[in-house]
Structure formats: structure tokens, C-alpha cells
Design a protein around this ligand. Sequence first.
Ligand SMILES: C[S@@+](CC[C@H](N)C(=O)[O-])C[C@H]1O[C@@H](n2cnc3c(N)ncnc32)[C@H](O)[C@@H]1O
Length: 204
Amino acid sequence: MDRSDGGHAGCMTRYGKTLMTHRLCPWWLGYLLASPVRRLFQNPRALLQPMVTQGMTVLEPGPGMGFFTLELARLVGPAGRVVAIDIQPRMLAGLARRAARAGLAERIDARLAQADRLGTDDLEAKVDFVLAFAMVHELPGQAGFFAEAARALKSGAQMLVAEPRGHVTKEDFAKTLTLASQAGLSVASEPIIRSSRTALLRRR
Ligand SMILES: C[S@@+](CC[C@H](N)C(=O)[O-])C[C@H]1O[C@@H](n2cnc3c(N)ncnc32)[C@H](O)[C@@H]1O
């Protein structure tokens, strides 16, 4: 069984492996992940402010119900936008509700991911920052994902990858970073985020 790209075995897709969903975060967990209590140990503003400024175009794959998305939308301001792409319609529905309540819906372009890709052809070299928080380990294959993110990023732009320590071993995270590097994304730093393995990547 070849798991060299960090994915699962099975029939081939554009991401390189089958779409198995046993690792997918259940939609109802989206409510818990978006809970304000989480701010006590992962504060979205404190985490994102150093990387996101007004007017930016931000891509957020796997936003869930938008724990980080709303703060991203505040940080990019009225001239910026956040493209949030999730594979689960119920996550996107939760995100849309929360964005509307916060008056931020106009800055958020919420999209349903395609079966084996995000679907970001229209964003080629237009994105200033990518946030992939606690989602890379859920992907059926990671090589295609990083290639797609790298294509979307402007040259020199950054991507923050944060993975839960409880689910992702040091060795698995090292493999993830190898795949990111093969896609043209180098590690610039390793920001400290509680309960997470992290890398701030830069598009070469
Ligand atoms: C553990 S949740 C994290 C949600 C959010 N980033 C957070 O930290 O609160 C992982 C999210 O990634 C999404 N996801 C998993 N596979 C995906 C894929 N192939 N494309 C887009 N989103 C995906 C899941 O539906 C889920 O919303």
C-alpha cells in the first residue's frame, strides 16, 4: 500500500488517491470547533494578525464552520476577500450563517470543494495568504493539494499549515512538509500554536 503522499490507498483521483472519508471531521464537530471557548488557547486574531493585512485575497481550504474565517474577513477588510472551500455542505451552511450574523458575508466567497480538488483555477497567482488549519491530515492525498495551493499563491506569498498534534505524528508532519516543498513551498518558520504542529511556508 503506497501512502507516500500522505493519503489513503484505493482508486486514483487528481489528488493521487481514492476519496475515503473515514478521516473526515464529522459536520456536527464544526459547532464545537467554532466555539468561542477555543479562543482561550487558539486566538484567531493573535494568530493571524501578523500574516494578514487589509485588501488581501486569502484562501482557506477546510474552514469548517468558520472559526478562523470570520477573523480573516475582519483582517482583510472591505477591500479584501476570503475564499473558503470545504468538502462538506453542512460546514459551509454553518459558516454562511455565522458570516451573515457577523455582517461579513460579502467578504467571504464560500465554495464547495470538488471531489478531488479545491477548484481554484480562477485564483492562479492571485492569493496573498493560504490558511490550512487542522485539515491537511484529512485529505485523501496531499501532493495535489499543495500543488493547487502553490498555483494559487503569488510568488513570495505565505501559507500557514497547522496540524493537530493529537492526530498527526512528527514523522507524518515531516512527510507533509516534504510534499509541500516538492510543490514549491519552503518552510520559512514554525510559529508556536498550542496543540499544533506548524509551518509557515513561502511560495518560491
Ligand atoms: C478538523 S476540521 C477544521 C476546520 C477549521 N479549519 C478549524 O480549524 O476550525 C477539517 C475541515 O476540513 C474539511 N475538509 C476535509 N477534506 C477536505 C477537502 N478535500 N477539501 C476541502 N475541505 C476539506 C472538513 O470538511 C472540515 O471542515
